[in-house]
Design a protein around this ligand. Sequence first.
Ligand SMILES: Nc1ncnc2c1ncn2[C@@H]1O[C@H](COP(=O)(O)OP(=O)(O)OP(=O)(O)O)[C@@H](O)[C@H]1O
Ligand SMILES: [Mg+2]
Length: 339
Amino acid sequence: MQNKIICLGIESTAHTLGVGIVESNGNILANIRDSYIPPYGKGIHPAEAARHHALKMKETIQKALKQAGIKLKDVNLIAFAQGPGMGPCLRTGAVAARTLALTLNKPLVGVNHLVAHIELGKLVTGATDPVVLIVSGGTTALATLTGNRYRILGETLDIAIGNCFDRFAREVGLHDPKHPWPGPMFDKVASKGTKYIELPYIVKGMDLSFSGLLTAALKKVKEGYKVEDVAYSLQETALAMITEVTERALAHTGKNELLLTGGFTRNMRLQNMLKTMVKDRDAKLHVTPPEYATDNGVMIAWLGILAYTHGITTKIEDSYVKQRWRIEEVEVTWVKEKQ
Ligand SMILES: Nc1ncnc2c1ncn2[C@@H]1O[C@H](COP(=O)(O)OP(=O)(O)OP(=O)(O)O)[C@@H](O)[C@H]1O
Ligand SMILES: [Mg+2]
């Protein structure tokens, strides 16, 4: 095997098209992202997002090569997010990855998007054997390595935390033209709330439910409560639920590292609640920096390298996309579990 491998990774599971270039020593050479922004007030239309990715694919790859200061011929390995995600979006990335692998005559690796979030989080924060909290628009899950699999310890039973706050913000008309997602605007409004309004707190064992909470919060706004107070109460309730199950996951596994990743990592109130919780337990919180916490191509390239250097490649005929690829289905061959 050559000394140094350079992997180009393509992320296209949802609204973000990402191309990352990483060396096998963990050196990150490029991280280029281009996101599909739905019309104001609307969610993501998968076919429209896929069209965006197809139109931007060539340009995004070229920008990544330029940022890395390399030519396409210098790439030794092609990785792509094979799932889970939206079918049309996944297929667009898969087509580009197959085309590159065949044209360049280089190996192809299809990787799991959630495992990729975890492995890049570990690389950039230095976490070794953490409980991982993945929070984004589409995911709210707690996972940890047990044996040779990342197991889900708890997850949302309905909508994800990012989606819950985004939908609240859209329904009550919060909009900041500078940001495609209502997240930052929601934070701003919630930080102005002063009165806590009682809302349903729904934790079922290690699992969470946010859709009843969202409905109850919207009802409070209709009843005439101040949007700031309801947003504040929604934030306090939902994030306390997440913090409670995360603490239980640390207690249950006996692990003392917590890794936070996913686009919702940017929510400062969540970071602060988790910080207080880990401090009380003498555990350490590792926060993935925003550019690597949100969907990106670097995480796909890095997991591509880990998988490839541990004997995994994906044949073209096996490179079909897996929209519902569960994290537990992935055999983790590249990590030695601590005894
Ligand atoms: N500053 C912020 N504070 C809080 N939340 C934010 C902030 N910025 C963005 N978000 C939220 O993060 C989410 C976007 O996360 P991300 O970029 O990982 O994309 P995603 O489509 O949600 O990812 P996935 O497909 O992995 O679920 C949105 O719900 C958005 O509102
Ligand atoms: Mg993601």
